[in-house]
Structures are given as C-alpha cells and as structure tokens.
Design a protein around this ligand. Structure first.
Ligand SMILES: NC(=O)c1ccc[n+]([C@@H]2O[C@H](COP(=O)([O-])OP(=O)(O)OC[C@H]3O[C@@H](n4cnc5c(N)ncnc54)[C@H](O)[C@@H]3O)[C@@H](O)[C@H]2O)c1
Length: 325
C-alpha cells in the first residue's frame, strides 16, 4: 500500500510514522510536511534512508506539489495543522490558512488523484467547553461549538471533510481526540514544557487556577486508534478517541513533580489564557464497540516514560527553547 502522512514531522505525526513502520513495514510511507517551527525532521532521523520511506518538504496549499504526492495513494492520513492555542490567539489567520484552506486544497488533490481512503485527525476542542461538574461527555453527534481560533479552524476542516464525503462520495473517515502526550512533543505544550522547566531548575507555570480538565491519551494509543479507523472504520463516519483519563492540569503537573522527586513549591500560577476552555471529555463507545479499539497504556506509567524520554533527549529539545532562556 502507498500511504501518505501529512504533518509527519510533527508530534503525533512522527510518532505515527514510527508506529506505521513497525506495524506495516510492507507499506510505502511518504511523509509530506512543510517543516514549520513545529515540524522537526530530526524526529524522523532513524526512518530516513530506510526502504519504503520517503520525506517530502511541501505545503498543503501547494496544489501541484501535494497532487503529485497523493496521486494513486491507497491511504492519506491527514495530520498537518497549526496546533497551538496560544499561537492561534496571536496569529489567527495562519490557522485559517493551514487548517481550513490547507485541508480544502488537500481534499481536492486527493479527490482528483484517485485516493482510495482518507483519514482526517481532529480535536475534541471543536465541541466547546464543559463545566467541571457536567455529567455529560461529548459524543459524535454533539453540536460543534468552538470557542477559539484553533478550534474554529479545526471545526472548519472537519466540515470540509464531511462535505467532500457527502457531496463527492469521497471515502473519508474522521476522528476527534483529546490531549496527547509522549515523545517528540514541541516544548510549548503543558507536559513537555513542565518537564523541561523542572529539569532546568525553573518553576512550572499553570494558567488560572490550574483546575482546567483535559481528556489525556498517550500518543501511541492514539496512533493505534488511527490505524484501526483508517483500516476498518466506516467511511463517512466520525470516531471519538479517548482513553478516559480526565485530569486537571494541576493533577498532571503534580504527577510530573512526583516523577522528578520535586515538591508543590515548584509551581506558580499565571494569568489565564483568554477563552480558556474549562473541560473536555469524550465518550469513546463507538470506536470501542464497532472497532474493538481500546488504549493499552496506563496514564501514570506512560507519563513516567514520557518524563524519562525528555530526561534522555535534551539534544532533541534543547535547540528548540527560546534563545537566551
Ligand atoms: N496534540 C494534541 O494533543 C492533539 C489532540 C487532538 C488532535 N490533534 C490534531 O492532530 C494533528 C497533529 O497534531 P500535533 O500535535 O502533532 O501538531 P504539531 O504542531 O506537532 O505538528 C503539525 C505538523 O504539521 C506541519 N504543517 C503545518 N502547516 C503545514 C502546511 N501548510 N503544510 C504541510 N505541513 C504543515 C508542521 O510542520 C508539523 O510538522 C493536528 O491536526 C491536530 O489538530 C492534536
């Protein structure tokens, strides 16, 4: 099979590239990535030069380039995106360009390029925010209520994929997942940033009261879910991916502190982000019952492994820290 993976130099994408080479070594795997600040070719270093693997630097919005690469593909896995909420507040149009126009351009390239199957990776943030005490979780039919430029641009991309599926019979599946953690995550997101600050003797910073809750999943469990959906999911269908690990930011940081043998005095609270969603929670019943997928990593152990990965990979993250820090 020829598989094209967009955004494969990013956090989830590079984990998925490694996962795919292990699980499907017979496939030809093409990683297509613009290499923005978040795309790190070094995250794929051990795959480069191996048979059946190819890296292409290119923009989703470059129609001739992306058309060339997806032509005749058996499967396109679409992960390329602008993904960081804080940056979305500073530069919203970049998010509209990449996430909305980029996805539209890719869909056209795939539709005209005889792509046999397409999987779109999205986020739980499109559903808006839950109260801490709300007994409900998001389900596939929950209304879209994005509250920030990142989630709105991802919502736009989801709508485009569904529209291509309905209008053109384009063979697409979609998934919406909670917050991922693991190796190769850019040190601007909560878990890698907190680990690295502690390793450097700095304090961890928590937004607001630290009680915002996220639905955490270890990145390799997410990769496994994408694999299940791309191979066995019903086209035209959305699957919610959750390991049902609801944790507040404070709880996550406490666990990291424990892994590093440090105490609560290492935490400081900073002014909250505008429009900061309070809580996300997903109901994964459909993917569990239809596809038999379930996570295979326990949160605490996977987080401890992640802490160790950052302890041992300063050569990867050191050059990514802001200059002079
Ligand atoms: N990280 C999470 O917790 C999470 C949770 C749910 C869904 N998602 C979704 O999963 C996908 C991957 O997220 P991530 O955290 O790995 O993101 P990331 O920011 O680490 O990686 C994104 C990748 O996309 C590439 N890219 C950006 N613009 C591009 C363009 N115009 N053309 C080609 N490539 C481009 C970047 O170079 C980078 O390699 C995104 O679609 C994101 O919305 C992420």
């Amino acid at each position: 099979m020829k598989v094209v993976l967009t955004g494969g130099a990013g956090f989830i994408g590079s984990n998925l590239a490694h996962y795919w080479r292990r699980q499907h070594p017979e496939d030809e795997l093409v990683v297509y990535d613009l290499l923005t600040y978040a795309g790190r070719r070094e995250s794929l270093a051990d795959l480069e030069g191996t048979p059946g693997f190819r890296f292409v630097q290119g923009d989703l919005l470059d129609l001739p380039s992306i058309s060339r690469e997806v032509q005749g593909a058996d499967l396109v896995l679409h992960l390329a995106a602008e993904s960081h909420n804080d940056r979305a507040i500073q530069e919203p149009l970049r998010f509209v360009r990449t996430n909305v126009l980029g996805t539209g351009t890719l869909l056209e390239a795939c539709r005209h390029g005889d792509v046999r199957r397409f999987h779109h990776v999205s986020t739980d943030e499109v559903y808006g925010s839950l109260e801490l005490n709300d007994p409900h979780r998001f389900v596939e039919g929950s209304p879209y209520q994005p509250r920030g430029p990142y989630s709105a641009s991802k919502a736009g991309s989801d709508h485009l994929v569904r529209a291509w599926s309905e209008t053109y019979g384009f063979p697409a599946t979609l998934s919406n997942c909670g917050n991922n953690f693991g190796s190769y995550q850019y040190p601007e997101k909560l878990i890698p940033l907190s680990i690295i600050r502690l390793l450097r003797g700095e304090k961890v910073r928590l937004y607001g009261d630290g009680k915002n809750v996220r639905d955490w999943i270890y990145v390799l469990d997410h990769c496994d879910a994408i694999d299940s959906i791309a191979h066995r999911g019903r086209t035209g269908t959305t699957y919610l991916v959750s390991a049902q690990n609801e944790r507040s930011n404070r709880e996550v940081v406490d666990r990291i502190l424990r892994c590093l043998g440090q105490g609560p005095d290492r935490v400081e609270y900073v002014a909250d982000r505008p429009g900061h969603d309070r809580r996300y929670a997903l109901d994964p019943t459909r993917i569990r019952t239809e596809l038999g997928w379930k996570p295979s990593h326990a949160f605490d152990e996977a987080l401890a492994e992640t802490v160790q990965w950052y302890q041992h990979h300063e050569a990867w993250w050191g050059p990514l820290l802001p200059r002079g820090s």
